[in-house]
Design a protein around this ligand. Structure first.
Ligand SMILES: CC(C)(COP(=O)(O)OP(=O)(O)OC[C@H]1O[C@@H](n2cnc3c(N)ncnc32)[C@H](O)[C@@H]1OP(=O)(O)O)[C@@H](O)C(=O)NCCC(=O)NCCS
Length: 159
């Protein structure tokens, strides 16, 4: 099986990310959404690309790091690369970043009906803070989830 590695995204990766967005998200991001994130000093985008050409994107994650909080804004795994642990790898990378940057919590919103994503985050010890009623443009509710980043606990917890 081909091997994949993580690196920070560049503008050149935007068309491939948008192609994945259009296949996997209910409300896909546009090129402009990704470009605007790449330009923000507090925003990070990581892509998982194939080692052979570094052009095939299997998955990506976008998050903000602001003072004591990190927040996941987008996460997607392309359809042929599902169930290989790639989403877990990307969220763990974000947790690791949050730890190293001294953040106290990692936040995200997830569609209530997105069972795969909710289970992914629960597996990684996120808990639901509250429900945001009709948070999305189609009226769907969101779970606001949080993972406290305990710097001392992190020394023994294996992310
Ligand atoms: C949710 C998503 C990111 C999971 O990606 P993935 O790489 O297939 O997930 P992983 O292989 O890392 O799975 C990790 C855990 O997530 C959960 N999970 C993943 N897919 C699942 C599914 N179809 N049903 C239930 N749980 C699922 C499981 O807990 C799994 O752990 P396990 O393998 O021990 O059972 C992917 O389905 C996706 O891109 N969905 C569309 C975009 C999206 O919903 N993004 C999240 C927005 S908040």
């Amino acid at each position: 099986m081909e091997s994949f590695s993580l690196r920070e995204a560049t503008i050149d990766d935007v068309p491939a990310m948008v192609a994945i967005e259009n296949q996997v998200h209910v409300a896909p991001w546009t090129e402009e959404n990704f470009r605007s994130e790449l330009a923000k000093p507090y925003s990070k985008t990581y892509v998982l690309t194939d080692d052979e050409t570094d052009t095939v994107i299997a998955a990506y994650i976008v998050f903000w790091h602001m003072y004591e909080e990190c927040q996941i804004l987008n996460l997607a795994v392309a359809l042929p690369y599902r169930s290989r642990g790639y989403a877990q790898l990307l969220v763990r990378k974000t947790i690791d970043f949050a730890l190293k940057s001294g953040a106290k919590r990692l936040l995200l919103d997830v569609r209530k009906g997105n069972i795969a994503a909710v289970q992914l985050y629960q597996k990684l010890h996120f808990t639901t803070q509250h429900l945001r009623k009709a948070f999305y443009s189609n009226g769907e509710d969101a779970y606001a989830m949080v993972l406290p980043i305990d710097q001392e606990e992190a020394e023994w917890r294996e992310f």
